[in-house]
Unconditional design. Structure first.
Length: 540
């Protein structure tokens, strides 16, 4: 270390410390607001923030954990709890009478630096805890809404199987937080704060199944087994605004057996090159470009196999709980569902005078006697329609709506997560992946990286000689999501960012055995994207 002095009144000269101070203050402000705690709790919030920062991967340390780097010991995350969640402090037997509460309700305000007191081996069913340390209620995840039972202590059953942590993604190096306010199953819906919205979404899904005549209730034939199903919940958002609560009934198709429950399962989707060609035509010829979405697309496919399924949870027929669903139409989760939907749609298009192109089976074209044409692109349940005549396009929409449950999205605004912007007077069309790139940078902790001007700098000399050779190097690289990062970059490259094609091609050569310098090159590409997120692919 060396002592460096700064000019009085210029804290910006000490940029690293001031940046950390700002990070801590912003986190503290958010925690106090979310917890609805008064400002006098700022010290507890600061201690919690600093503790979590020291337990999280650090970019300057090459994603090492500061606590692990300082102490040399692995860190765990099983003890982490939400700030200000409900907690209970255990009251020892000698400090309470027979009918007194066994725990005192508290709120969780931080992590103590004292170690927990180990209970004797013969008293492990009733662990004690120091007075200044709160034992968080684990019976209801992080919400802690259910108090501990006062009649008797629950006996925990622990697995005797040896726990082996993942060698590829150790829990001490990365945390993936996917909690987005979405219930994981039907039981969680019943206690969810937005229960009414989720139940409404489930009823809408069931109405779609009834309307489409997806299944019928029958007695299960002897020798046949049923497939299980589950509810999947998703919040549709526009930025931070909730647009729709969506519930979907999904069959657990992994139980299907080939030759009995399914045969062929392959289903094509439109190629990215076809999408780019059509967008180029729309811009250069000033054509109409419309977008449609098929509601519950997979429910339209006809089934030829005899498949039985349990009744949907929460919607069992009263008095008929013992009978099962015989599927007449395909359902999400079935292995053949995508293929059956494509075959149904392909049959519809062919019967209406459209022809598949030889280059792409998901591009349909129809030439009219007056010289006009319509091109339709199909990507599972998303459609782009290109044409000159608005009336002909509207007629196609009407025909589609008669056979399928369609949603008319009007002029195309986005496709596969890519934003479409048009200036028809100038004959220009722009395709952008700004939101996708931002999410990718945040996912790989490069959101605040310093931008660079080139996708790959000259000082990177990548070769097999840079691959890890020692056991320590290989173990360290095994915890880095190299393949996932390169795959994310590839999608951006194929869709709208040909400017990173060479750089991505170079780092892709080392997917099987990447080294530290290869990972540095990938991060360099992210830094380039950090400064060029607003770049668009332009047609005209």
């Amino acid at each position: 270390m060396r002592h460096e002095k700064t000019v009085p009144g210029t804290p910006q000269h000490n940029g690293v410390a001031e940046r950390m101070n700002r990070t801590i203050v912003e986190k503290v402000r958010c925690m106090l607001r979310m917890a609805t705690l008064p400002k006098p709790f700022w010290a507890e919030a600061v201690n919690t923030v600093v503790y979590l920062i020291n337990q999280s991967p650090s970019v300057p340390l090459n994603f090492e954990i500061p606590e692990k780097a300082w102490t040399g010991k692995d860190v765990g995350y099983s003890h982490l709890r939400v700030f200000e969640c409900k907690a209970f402090m255990h009251v020892p037997k000698e400090q309470r009478s027979k009918l007194d509460d066994k725990a005192i309700p508290c709120i969780f305000v931080g992590y103590g630096d004292e170690e927990k007191v180990q209970a004797p081996e013969d008293e492990t069913e009733e662990p004690t805890i120091e007075e200044d340390e709160a034992s968080v209620d684990g019976g209801n995840d992080e919400q802690g809404e259910q108090p501990l039972p006062q009649e008797e202590e629950p006996q925990l059953r622990r697995s005797t199987r040896e726990h082996k942590p993942s060698a590829r993604y150790p829990s001490s190096d990365y945390i993936l937080i996917t909690e987005d306010g979405e219930p994981k199953n039907f039981q969680e819906v019943q206690s969810h704060q937005d229960k009414d919205y989720w139940m409404k979404a489930m009823r809408e899904e069931m109405n779609s199944l009834y309307k489409n005549n997806t299944y019928e209730l029958v007695e299960l034939p002897k020798g046949r087994k049923t497939l299980k199903n589950k509810w999947v919940f998703k919040l549709k958002k526009d930025g931070d605004k909730i647009v729709r609560y969506k519930a979907r009934l999904v069959v657990k198709g992994f139980s299907q057996k080939k030759g009995i429950d399914f045969d062929e399962i392959f289903s094509p989707v439109v190629k990215m090159s076809s999408i780019l060609v059509v967008l180029g035509l729309a811009a250069s010829m000033n054509l109409e470009l419309e977008q449609l979405d098929v509601k519950t697309a997979f429910l339209h496919g006809d089934l030829h196999e005899e498949i039985y399924m349990d009744q949907p949870e929460g919607f069992e027929e009263q008095g008929k709980e013992h009978i099962v669903c015989k599927l007449k139409k395909s359902l999400y989760g079935l292995k053949q569902a995508p293929r059956q939907w494509y075959k149904k749609f392909d049959s519809f298009m062919m019967s209406h005078g459209y022809q598949r192109t030889n280059a792409d089976p998901c591009v349909y074209i129809r030439l009219f006697p007056d010289g006009n044409f319509i091109i339709l692109l199909l990507y599972v349940d998303d459609m782009l329609i290109l044409g000159q005549d608005v009336e002909k396009i509207c007629r196609l929409k009407e025909e589609l709506s008669k056979s399928f449950d369609m949603k008319d999205l009007g002029p195309a605004k986005q496709i596969l997560g890519m934003a479409i912007t048009r200036d028809r007077k100038a004959g220009k069309l722009w395709l952008s992946q700004e939101k996708y790139v931002e999410r990718m940078l945040e996912r790989f902790n490069m959101k605040h990286a310093k931008p660079v001007s080139t996708p790959l700098a000259n000082h990177f000399k990548l070769s097999k000689r840079s691959c890890p050779t020692t056991k320590e190097e290989k173990e360290k690289m095994s915890s880095i999501p190299y393949s996932s990062a390169v795959g994310s970059l590839m999608y951006a490259m194929v869709c709208t960012r040909p400017d990173i094609a060479h750089a991505v091609g170079v780092v892709s050569r080392f997917l099987s055995d990447p080294g530290k310098i290869h990972w540095e090159a990938v991060k360099w590409i992210f830094k380039y994207l950090r400064g060029t997120t607003k770049l668009c692919l332009t047609f005209g």
